[in-house]
Ligand binder design. Structure first.
Ligand code: ADP
Ligand code: MG
Length: 506
């Protein structure tokens, strides 16, 4: 994608003030879809579900099919609205948003328009330096997702140059909440950072509410970033662009920064900004023109005639409020203090989205350092290789079962990594794998001592050095013993025993 001329970031901020706003779509993980009993792929663990298998006549817009509201989706939406500090409308209404696109078989999307379920809220977001920013929320409304088109034959998977397109309606009708912020002023050079921190806060929020898997790379959580500039001293907002579906936290920050630099160059050269959507290109780090978008886009919204208004009783709202978890900022601060990791390590866990997994693993009794090591180390690496999230490989219970074997001295770290690989490959529980593969650490001290004595006897020069107190020399003996034991010995124990034996066998 050809890049456009950019102004230096600092120079852009001297001339202009950025105003930003975010639209975040959250796919709810209810068992079934928003308006039908089709299974909801956003609730499923496996990636790559066969196309057009999670569908009912409603998802295909077949004549005679009628929507029924998913009560759990409404409850999830109310909980999310409350967590966003919003007011909950006692009565809200679904509306039809009319437009044609092949991924929308009904020719209209059921959404909410002027009567959203939640409105006027605020979310506390923590920036990298620990400072807090309150992000004002305009509304959070319920709607359904559209299907997915795959354009085949073009170079980039885009519609331009494609020979044909395939349509998959699995996603059609997946329950969504769209959260819309008010325009946010005053963030200056931290506008992009706020976007990243805000969306990661929303992710933590919906995960701790248990209402969405919020896997950005799978589209469970999607962010559109609106950016405009106004000359310093001006009060009216400038014209905004809307960069669509930026699918990682880091990209949100980069996309905002890019738009600030691009728009500044145009404005400073006497040009004007077109109100339009833009596409983010992850590989090149640029945005490109999407479609023009006026505020007067006419979707001919009207109240959905097939659905009754949604009534949220005060009793329901209060019971959901009583069940709300800690706010993400409070949770982070508490965990940061409890775990005592260096800030960079803690931030890496937050960025990786593994707070919940590590928290649950520790709650089962695993030491904080060990929980962090498994999730941020081996599991993150394996997940990365497979293009999935660590949490889809194993659960906190599995990590606990594995670490227990280490703590009991039955597995060394090296053996445990092998067991973990087998667990991920579906070979069973750690106990089963250990017994089937015969991996257990040799706990028979007799065999261990025999191997140590043999190694010491075959390397008398090393033995001499150890006796002189040069304990580093023991490395050669430990290596030989570990080899003799085929790795199935605890290295720390071997080291202690080698030194003990060397000094005894005078
Ligand atoms: P749309 O129909 O374009 O999706 P929404 O109301 O859903 O409109 O979202 C618009 C988003 O853009 C909101 O987050 C809003 O705060 C933000 N926004 C509105 N005007 C501006 C502006 N001039 N500059 C930056 N952001 C803006
Ligand atoms: Mg919108």
């Amino acid at each position: 994608m050809a890049s456009e001329a950019l102004m230096d970031f600092d120079a852009a901020l001297e001339l202009f003030e950025p105003v930003i706003g975010f639209e975040v779509h959250v796919e709810l993980s209810t068992q079934t879809k928003m308006f039908s009993n089709a299974p909801n792929p956003a609730a499923m663990d496996e990636a790559g579900i066969e196309p057009n298998t999670c569908i009912t006549p409603l998802c295909l817009g077949l004549p005679g099919s009628l929507p029924v509201v998913n009560g759990t989706a409404v409850e999830y939406s109310i909980s999310l609205g409350l967590a966003l500090g919003c007011e909950i409308a006692p009565v809200s209404r679904f509306a039809r948003k009319n437009y044609f696109y092949p991924d929308l078989a009904k020719n209209y999307q059921i959404s909410q328009y002027d009567e959203p379920i939640a409105f006027e809220g605020s979310v506390s977001v923590e920036l990298d330096d620990g400072s807090l920013v309150d992000v004002p929320i305009e509304r959070a409304h319920m709607e359904e997702d559209a299907g997915k088109l795959t354009h085949v034959g073009g170079a980039t998977g885009r519609i331009q140059g494609a020979e044909y397109s395939l349509v998959d309606y699995n996603r059609a009708g997946v329950p969504l909440v769209e959260i819309v912020t008010k325009p946010i002023e005053g963030m200056e050079h931290r506008a992009g950072e706020l976007g990243r921190a805000y969306v990661s806060t929303i992710r933590d929020m919906v995960r701790s509410l248990g209402i969405s898997h919020a896997r950005m790379e799978r589209g469970n959580l999607r962010c559109d970033a609106n950016v405009s500039l106004r000359p310093r001293g001006a009060s009216a907002y400038g014209t905004r662009t809307e960069t669509k579906n930026v699918n990682s936290f880091r990209s949100i920050e980069r996309a905002v920064r890019y738009e600030i630099q691009r728009q500044a160059h145009i404005l400073n050269s006497g040009g004007s900004i077109t109100q339009e959507t833009r596409h983010w290109h992850e590989d090149t780090g640029v945005t490109s023109r999407g479609r023009p978008k006026s505020d007067a886009d006419d979707y001919r919204y009207f109240p959905e005639p097939d659905l009754l208004p949604v009534e949220a009783s005060a009793q329901l709202v209060e019971s959901l409020r009583a069940g709300l978890p800690e706010q993400p900022v409070e949770l982070r601060r508490r965990l940061r203090a409890d775990w005592g990791f260096p800030d960079v390590d803690f931030q890496a866990i937050v960025n990786a989205g593994l707070l919940g997994e590590i928290q649950d693993t520790i709650a089962l009794g695993v030491a904080a350092a060990a929980a962090r090591k498994w999730w941020m180390g081996e599991l993150s690496r394996m997940a990365n290789d497979r293009g999935v999230e660590p949490g889809s490989l194993v659960g906190p219970g599995d990590v606990h079962a594995l670490q227990k074997l280490i703590d009991e001295g039955r597995l060394t770290d090296t053996l445990a990594r092998e067991v973990l690989g087998a667990m991920v490959a579906g070979e069973g529980s750690p106990e089963q794998i250990v017994s089937e593969r015969g991996l257990e650490v040799v706990s028979d001290d007799g065999a261990l001592l025999a191997a140590i004595d043999e190694a010491l006897a075959s390397q008398p020069d090393v033995l001499g050095k150890i006796r002189e107190g040069k304990t580093q020399a023991a490395g050669a003996i430990i290596g030989a013993v570990m080899k003799a034991m085929r790795g199935q010995a605890d290295a720390a124990k071997v080291q202690a025993l080698v030194i003990e034996r060397a000094n005894q066998s005078n």
